[in-house]
Design a protein around this ligand. Structure first.
Ligand code: HEM
Length: 441
């Protein structure tokens, strides 16, 4: 009898242990991926989520690009100083904006092939101009950038693509993993070399390195050798990826909607986009290219940027890992294109929907809450307005060859496809502004 009772007690203990350990295991191994496309829920999650929940969702980024910044590193005082530093670096006066404008106009001249027929591949063309202006105009790297501008955009694209598949299975596939790490090193070295050649003034990279050394002294001590965290903390990619990767996409889609869409859908765009009005706004803006001109005197340009960010948000989804270890994806693009939020014409490019200047709660291209983009209010719109204006100021028309027209017509739905490969290998001919006027005379 005693023996049976003992077995029964043991059985109960084992069953109870198994039950609770099993549950615990369930919580430790996330199985859920939640997708949020409701505006209110999205805003609630974004405003209540903390740095750690973002960092945990971005470890692929850390591994692929070797970056250690507020997207991938949850050290709170490093985050705080990093944020303060960037806020300071983007607070430009008129002279600073004028300098960026001049660099942008020069970049358009250099990369548009205008004197030799104007044939360019549209994506690399926009990427090279943007990268040049981010590197020289914003980050203050004024020497030897040409050598990185031609190759870096392609390598970054390649790494983005491969980062998506970088899961555990892939890490076990040693060959593929090693190949990604080699590409990453190549990219890191490219930028490390230009950063070390850069001038002393205006050098944002140098200042980022200083705060990294302040918050992670042991990583940089002389006894620590071969330290990958130190490399990650000092790479120029820490700021280049957030700034350049978002910006070129805004410029690309604004130019596609203004210059290319009217060639594809003859009955669409013309009524909404007044090209003369845009031309005037560009001229006025370039005379004094700052945020106040953009909002007051060239308002249609500001509307174009807001509408581009709505229809083609560079950050299509924002990810978090919640307390229960679930991955939560805020579907920014879906929210931005939902007729419930924007009306029946949600898929049309209609900048004038922003004329009232009343912001719609469903417009979250820069996220929301305390982790929102530091450049959202003034810097990003003004910087992209300079890039778009510099292009529109130099390029009169974009001409599509028959082959390009055919392949673009297939993509000419409303809206255009928003992914980094949608416009690969699309060649166009740019017509220089003054040349067309000369022909007309
Ligand atoms: C149109 C251009 C841009 C877009 C659409 C954009 C978008 C975003 C988004 C969605 C986030 C939040 C991501 C998340 O919470 O997971 C973010 C954060 C951030 N962005 Fe931007 N961004 C743009 C331009 C820039 C530029 C030009 C810079 C730097 C000069 C920049 C620096 C940052 C930084 C440092 C953060 C982290 C802020 C923090 O954690 O406190 N961004 N951006």
């Amino acid at each position: 009898m005693n023996y049976l009772a003992l077995v029964a007690v043991l059985f109960i203990i084992l069953w109870t242990l198994n039950y609770f350990l099993g549950r615990k295991k369930l919580f430790m191994n996330p199985t859920k991926h939640l997708y949020i496309s409701d505006v209110c829920k999205a805003r609630d999650i974004l405003s209540s989520s903390n740095l750690d929940s973002r960092v945990r969702s971005n470890q692929n980024l850390r591994l692929t690009f070797g970056i250690s910044n507020p997207f991938t590193n949850s050290h709170s005082s490093y985050h705080c100083d990093f944020r303060k530093l960037i806020v300071k670096s983007i607070d430009l006066n008129d002279e600073g904006w004028d300098r960026i404008k001049n660099i942008a106009l020069k970049a358009v001249n250099n990369y548009s092939n205008l004197e030799k027929g104007g044939i360019v591949e549209i994506v690399p063309w926009v990427q090279q101009i943007t990268l040049n202006v981010v590197l020289c105009g914003y980050l203050g790297m004024d020497v030897n950038v040409d050598k990185v501008i031609k190759v870096a955009p392609g390598i970054i694209n390649d790494l983005w693509y491969r980062s998506k598949g970088l899961n555990r299975v892939m890490m076990e596939n040693n060959e593929k993993f090693i190949s990604i790490m080699e590409t990453k090193s190549k990219l890191q070295n490219l930028f490390r070399n230009v950063a070390s050649d850069a001038g002393e003034t205006h050098n944002v990279i140098k200042k980022i390195s200083e705060i990294a050394r302040k918050h992670f002294p042991t990583e940089f001590s002389s006894v620590t050798t071969n330290n990958s965290l130190a490399d990650e903390l000092e790479t120029p990619l820490n700021i280049l990826i957030p700034a350049y990767e978002t910006m070129w996409r805004v410029v690309l889609y604004a130019i596609l909607e203004i210059k290319v869409r009217p060639l594809l859908n003859k009955d669409y765009g013309i009524t909404e986009l007044d090209l003369k009005e845009i031309d005037n706004a560009v001229k006025t803006f370039l005379k004094k290219p700052n945020h106040s001109t953009l909002k007051k005197d060239s308002f249609i340009l500001w509307c174009i940027i807001q509408e581009t960010l709505r229809l083609y948000p560079p950050t299509r989804n924002i990810h978090r890992v919640d307390d229960k270890n679930n991955t939560v994806t805020i579907e920014v693009e879906k929210i931005h294109r939902d007729p419930e939020n924007w009306g029946e014409d949600a898929t049309f490019f209609k900048p004038k929907r922003f004329l009232s200047n009343k912001m719609n709660k469903a417009h979250i291209p820069f996220s929301h809450g305390k982790l929102k983009c530091v450049a959202a209010d003034k810097f990003a719109p003004t910087f992209s307005a300079i890039l778009i204006s510099a292009i529109l100021d130099r390029v009169d028309d974009v001409i599509l060859g028959q082959k390009t027209k055919e392949s673009l017509s297939l993509k000419a739905n409303l809206p255009f496809e928003n992914n980094r490969y949608a416009f690969d290998n699309i060649e166009v001919t740019l017509i220089k502004k003054s040349r067309k006027k000369e022909n007309l005379l």
